[in-house]
Design a protein. Structure first.
Length: 241
């Protein structure tokens, strides 16, 4: 059964069509990767799913419910968590307090929020950094903190927007293992990523968009060999004859 289904979604800003008639679905417990060149419309599609934008047309179904015009805070309470391409911690709060903010989406009890935050931070290897301010953390730890904030909302669906951008190869490997652990726990994940070895290793299926349109969808191995995908990323000179 699909946890998320996007039906013929278009997002238009004046004369610019950022997302063009996009349809896709994610089965419960699966990881779907969304890739494409810079400016392809990936983050715009994410923002539509997360309630930042209301699509110009089309539908978004989450757990069987039409949530096309729902706001981000409503979607969060329904079980949709997300990270941002640029990490956005609360600089004046400790790492623990940052994660507690996420936990307050599902509880008004401070002790329960603290317990949830502590569990999430321990799972992500941040347990010894609870009292640090974000400014004192490495970029890799701030990326993990961004994931922790989303996980603390207790999501059914986790949207990850380039959480590995700017990380060293060993740090990328650590994030890959975190995502695999989340999937093993039954979480459904929708991920945008430019690091191809990561998206290939993680995804059950990949959707490729260019100029807002879907140009390919399939298992990672098939997508990597698709002529349209090769052209979109590498140029016509690299396309198979």
């Amino acid at each position: 059964m699909s946890l998320l289904e996007i039906q013929d979604m278009t997002m238009q800003f004046g004369g610019l069509v950022a997302v063009d008639n996009l349809s896709l679905s994610i089965e419960k417990g699966k990881i779907l990767g969304l890739i494409g060149p810079n400016g392809a419309g990936k983050s715009t599609a994410f923002n539509c799913v997360a309630g930042v934008y209301t699509p110009t047309k089309g539908k978004i179904l989450f757990d069987g419910e039409d949530v096309t015009s729902h706001k981000p805070w409503d979607l969060c309470k329904k079980g949709m968590g997300r990270t941002f391409q640029i990490v956005k911690p609360f600089a004046a709060l400790t790492a623990m307090e940052n994660v507690m903010v996420g936990a307050f989406a599902t509880t008004d009890n401070r002790d329960k929020a603290a317990a949830k935050a502590a569990d999430v931070m321990d799972m992500l290897g941040l347990g010894d950094k609870k009292d640090l301010k974000p400014g004192a953390m490495t970029i890799a730890d701030r990326k993990c903190l961004e994931i922790a904030k989303a996980l603390a909302t207790n999501p059914k669906l986790l949207l990850l927007d380039e959480v590995m951008a700017g990380l060293r190869p060993t740090e990328v490997d650590e994030i890959i293992e975190i995502i695999r652990t989340l999937k093993a726990k039954g979480m459904t994940i929708f991920v945008i990523e430019h690091i191809m070895r990561a998206i290939m290793a993680l995804s059950d299926e990949i959707v490729v968009i260019q100029f807002g349109k879907k140009i390919c969808q399939g298992e990672p191995e098939a997508v990597a060999c698709d002529e349209k995908v090769i052209k979109a990323y590498l140029g016509d000179d690299y396309a198979p004859a």
